[in-house]
Write a protein that binds this ligand. Structure first.
Ligand code: ZN
Length: 86
């Protein structure tokens, strides 16, 4: 096990893999596509993604992505004037 040798190739492979999993988990067939192009395979949409074929936008909240990048760590301006602490 050598964590040092985490190559770019492995990185991109992991990113692709992660994307694929997310698609499998959250992807749904676009409901608008069959109306516009019945013979075409519907676009797979993720939450909040807009279909380029028919313009349908997935209404689901984008909570999955928010979970990956949680906010709340940054507190601006709080560390400025703390000199008068006796
Ligand atoms: Zn569509």
């Amino acid at each position: 096990m050598t964590d040092d040798e985490y190559t770019m190739g492995e990185f991109f492979r992991d990113v692709r893999e992660e994307r694929r999993k997310r698609r499998e988990r959250l992807g749904v067939d676009c409901p608008g596509c069959p109306k516009v192009q019945p013979k075409r395979i519907p676009t797979v949409l993720l939450p909040q993604q807009r279909c380029k074929v028919c313009g349908y936008r997935d209404p689901r909240a984008r909570d999955d992505r928010a979970a990956l990048h949680p906010r709340g760590g940054l507190v601006d301006g709080a560390a400025g004037d703390a000199g008068a602490v006796a």
